[in-house]
Design a protein around this ligand. Structure first.
Ligand SMILES: Cc1cc2nc3c(=O)[nH]c(=O)nc-3n(C[C@H](O)[C@H](O)[C@H](O)COP(=O)(O)OP(=O)(O)OC[C@H]3O[C@@H](n4cnc5c(N)ncnc54)[C@H](O)[C@@H]3O)c2cc1C
Length: 477
């Protein structure tokens, strides 16, 4: 518990009305979108409004040694914003303003609690484009996107969040308010702190402002649906698209179980007898879009697609993208426990990956549904179970472990975009050598010697660490 005296000091920084302490309120900040994760209530929740207030809160946390857990919208899938060691949840929900859109330099300056889609809609009104489009974009925040280095369908052409950010303001773990990066397209001045903070899951700093890179809004786009009778053929067609000289703005994959779940939940005219479909988008100037769409059609047909349908208009394209957006909730209806992993492999290994994923599900006798951003080799593999059936849940755990080994054996990675959080810690050493893990831990120790920021994420906090270096006992007292 945070001592009364500490709570009073927090109140003084942010105002009484912006400190939440009632049981009902604390429950709301004790979970995120991680499947089957239990609610862990924080000791209190702070709703600061300025970077300076955050810097003061972090300095206070260092003085009194209590954990601070940054939180955006809580849509994270690996437990990143869960206060697993108690302490103060720091929600950015009141810092939700778009501060400036610089149409001349193609930049937007935003606070961390702005919802991603709000940025996109505002800049599109100016003929500009912020490409990163996590499928939670209607609710997730830009701070959460930065902390997880979020991707989405368009990452295949426009990169993940990292490639679309120029500069940040952040509060470092000992309370220093700093600016890193530059409002330029390039800058090589010292270590790349921007890359260090982006994807650090709230363990190395709290992002308080971001300068985003914008592009001109592509004037035209075309969306195609390619229908396959084999998952391997669909997966194989992805690399071939690039070999044909086309860089699509999205290639999304859905297997048969995913297609059927969408059609049951939100019918969109997808062929339920297909083994897999690809939804492909190309964007750019109208002439180029027309040519690229035709090339994509030829590639899909050459790779064995039994049907390739070009959306006749924007409304038809929207139906396909809505189906894609509804995949998460649709698949969740198959079984109450949906364990959603996000492995990523090099494009030419995708056919092997999809084939092995089905083999793993069969081996462990569990239902599965796979879909995802195939254009960058990223697959959301969902293993489904009844949470009350302990034996089935144990088989899901075994399947997940085998899935991660598969990803690494195919020169891939265990997480394309959801991060490590608490849920994947035990698998870190599958991908990273002990030397690399030790360097990462040394960086954390150097920047956050008391283990204030988001303890227990990425690396487990060992019992003997909690008493001396991690937010601890005295911090709560
Ligand atoms: C239906 C659904 C679809 C999804 N689709 C995608 C997808 O396509 N691509 C993708 O990448 N992810 C996806 N996600 C995962 C999730 O939406 C992203 O990870 C998103 O970036 C989290 O943002 P958030 O605001 O909800 O952050 P939270 O869940 O609140 O926090 C996530 C992490 O960021 C840290 N954090 C939050 N704000 C800050 C800050 N200001 N400074 C420092 N650290 C901070 C937290 O401590 C935590 O570690 C999806 C999730 C759902 C539920």
């Amino acid at each position: 518990m945070l001592a009364k005296g500490v709570l009073k000091k927090i109140e003084k920084i942010i105002g009484r009305e912006n400190l939440l302490t009632s049981d009902e309120e604390l429950v709301l900040y004790g979970y995120d979108a991680t499947p089957a994760a239990e609610i862990v209530k924080p000791d209190a929740v702070a709703l600061p409004e300025t970077a300076e207030q955050i810097a003061e809160l972090i300095s206070l946390a260092n003085r009194h040694k209590f954990p601070v857990i940054p939180r955006g919208a809580g849509t994270g899938l690996t437990g990143g914003s869960r206060p697993v060691h108690g302490g103060l949840v720091l929600s950015t929900q009141r810092m939700n303003r778009i501060l400036a859109v610089d149409t001349e330099n193609l930049q937007a300056i935003v606070q961390p609690g702005v919802v991603t889609e709000d940025i996109q809609q505002l800049v599109e009104g100016e003929g500009l484009f912020y490409p990163p489009d996590p499928q939670s974009k209607a609710s997730c925040t830009i701070g959460g996107n930065l902390a997880e280095n979020a991707g989405g369908p368009r990452a295949v052409k426009y990169g993940v969040t990292r490639q679309n950010v120029l500069a940040l303001q952040a509060v470092l773990p000992q309370g220093q308010l700093v600016r890193i990066g530059a409002r330029t397209l390039k800058s090589v001045v010292g270590y790349d702190m921007l890359s260090l903070l982006i994807g650090s899951e709230g363990t190395l700093g709290i992002i308080t402002e971001a300068t985003l890179r914008l592009l001109p809004l592509p004037p035209a786009r075309a969306t195609l649906l390619a229908v396959f009778d084999s998952v391997e053929a669909a997966a194989g067609a992805v690399a071939k698209t690039f070999h044909a000289g086309v860089v699509p703005s999205a290639i999304e994959f859905m297997d048969n179980a995913s297609i059927r779940s969408v059609e049951e939940f939100e019918p969109s005219g997808l062929p339920v007898d297909a083994q897999a479909v690809l939804v492909i988008e190309v964007d750019g100037q109208p002439v180029q879009v027309k040519e690229s769409a035709e090339k994509v059609r030829q590639v899909m047909q050459a790779q064995g697609a039994r049907q390739v349908r070009l959306a006749a208009n924007e409304a038809e394209a929207e139906v396909l993208w809505k189906a894609r957006l509804s995949l998460g909730p649709s698949v969740a209806r198959i079984a109450p426990l949906k364990v959603n992993e996000d492995i990523v492999v090099p494009l030419t290994n995708l056919p092997e990956a999809v084939s092995q994923i089905h083999a793993i599900a069969e081996k462990y006798r569990i239902k599965s549904a796979s879909f995802g951003h195939a254009g960058d080799g990223n697959l959301h593999v969902n293993f489904l179970a009844n949470p009350d059936d302990k034996e089935e849940v144990a088989r899901v755990d075994q399947a997940v472990a085998e899935l991660f080994k598969l990803a690494v054996s195919l020169n891939g990675s265990i997480s394309g975009e959801h991060g490590i959080g608490t849920t994947k810690q035990e698998f870190l050493s599958l991908e990273l050598s002990p030397e690399v893990i030790e360097v990462m831990k040394a960086i954390k120790r150097a920047m956050d010697p008391l283990g204030i920021l988001n303890p227990g994420k990425i690396f487990p906090v060992r019992a003997n660490q909690t008493s001396q270096s991690s937010p601890g006992r005295d911090g709560h007292g």
